[in-house]
Design a protein around this ligand. Structure first.
Ligand SMILES: *Cc1c(COP(=O)(O)O)cnc(C)c1O
Length: 369
């Protein structure tokens, strides 16, 4: 019997008929992009929903990361994590910046603040941590180091939509936070992203940079890029926002079911904590230990044979790709925790439309040899 394939995630799509009135408005107005009404409304709605002051929409998260580094005029070296999606470091290479990899904390798999200081050189200008799987970084420790050494902090918050920490939105930490609204993320606009920033002046600079550097018809102040979000994507975002609470609630349920079912399976450890009332359950990472009945890769293959496409996020490490592995900081001896994690973590399927019987099938395969 051919079973339906199950991927690690499936994009959430609202009912198509709910989108038609917005499309009609776009067709009628013929305003397709360049900061039109949907763009403006989505910026306002997201600020309100996320509990942040200012936010600039982008065509995707990667262009937003590249622009965030430019907005703060970052140069030289930036301290970052190898345990992330490759765009985190690529944004530095696109700016002629050298990434310096620092190992992660074994408990959170986020950049380990205790190891940052040793990596700082006179060329260091910033730190770019990632809230991996939407679990907040140790934002206070990172800020203390940044303050001591006069460094900027830009969070790659691509996984952290709607995540709260001890003092409100996690997106308020650091100098800037960058979101992705890619189809695979918790909140999607097909493609899209945003930079969260603390003040209107910074937002204005970011708005110029995402529009070729134009300030007015005849004034260009920087070699900006075309990073604007279109009206189509912005309208879709407004619609998605109406469904987001329901989608997050369903993710939370799926997370709790996995945790309960996998508890006590020898060698199987669920990362994070479902008790975090403010997590977004963007991913369901498990750590496959030595006591488990097979290796991580064997489990990955076994699930594939049953049409279940779990993902080894993040394997390989960014530091293992050819454009990075020559860096001194990319030496695996410098990154032993990240190296170990990349060999042991598997992200199991989690998304709002995952059916109870599908989840049960996944659980059965993970539990029983
Ligand atoms: C998805 C993702 C990005 C890239 O975002 P896009 O919108 O796909 O360009 C960057 N960093 C991390 C950690 C991501 O998961």
């Amino acid at each position: 019997m051919m079973q339906k394939k199950i991927y690690v995630t499936q994009p959430y799509l609202p009912p198509l008929e709910e989108f038609i009135p917005s499309l009609q408005q776009i067709w009628d107005s013929k305003v397709l992009t360049n900061g039109g009404p949907f763009h403006q409304r989505l910026e306002e709605a997201l600020c309100k929903y996320l509990g942040v002051e200012h936010l600039a929409l982008f065509t995707n998260g990667t262009v937003a990361l590249v622009t965030a580094l430019q907005a703060l005029r970052i140069t030289g070296e930036v301290i970052t994590t190898p345990y992330s999606f490759v765009a985190t470091s690529h944004s530095m290479l696109w700016n002629g910046i050298k990434p310096v990899f620092v190992d992660i904390d074994p408990a959170t798999l986020n950049l380990d603040p205790a190891r940052i200081e040793a990596a700082i050189t006179p060329q260091t200008t910033a730190i770019m941590p990632v809230h991996c799987y939407g679990h907040p970084c140790d934002v206070d420790a990172i800020q203390r180091i940044a303050d001591n050494y006069n460094l900027k902090v830009i969070y790659d918050a691509a996984h952290a939509f709607g995540v709260q920490c001890h003092c409100g939105s996690v997106l308020k930490h650091g100098d800037l936070s960058v979101l992705s609204f890619h189809a695979t993320k918790v909140f999607n606009t097909f493609e899209g992203g945003a930079i969260v920033c603390p003040d209107a002046k910074t937002k204005l600079r970011i708005d110029h940079l995402k529009n070729f550097g134009f300030v007015d018809e005849v004034t260009v102040v920087a070699p900006g890029i075309n990073g604007k979000m279109s009206e189509f994507n912005a309208a879709l975002g407004l619609l998605q926002l109406q469904h987001i609470d329901q989608a997050l609630a369903r993710r939370k349920e799926l997370d709790a079911i996995y945790r309960a079912a996998l508890q006590g399976v020898p060698g199987m450890q669920c990362l994070g904590d479902s008790g975090e009332k403010v997590a977004n359950h963007a991913y369901f990472p498990v750590l496959v230990g030595d006591d488990y009945f097979c290796s991580r890769d064997a489990l990955y293959e076994r699930l594939r044979e049953h049409g279940i496409f779990a993902r080894r996020y993040f394997y390989p490490l960014i530091s293992e790709f050819p454009m990075y592995r020559g860096l001194m900081s990319a030496n695996p001896a410098n990154l032993s925790v990240a190296t170990e994690a990349s060999k042991r973590v598997l992200c199991l399927p989690i998304y709002p439309q995952l059916q109870p019987e599908e989840q049960a099938r996944i659980i059965q395969l993970v539990r029983e040899p």
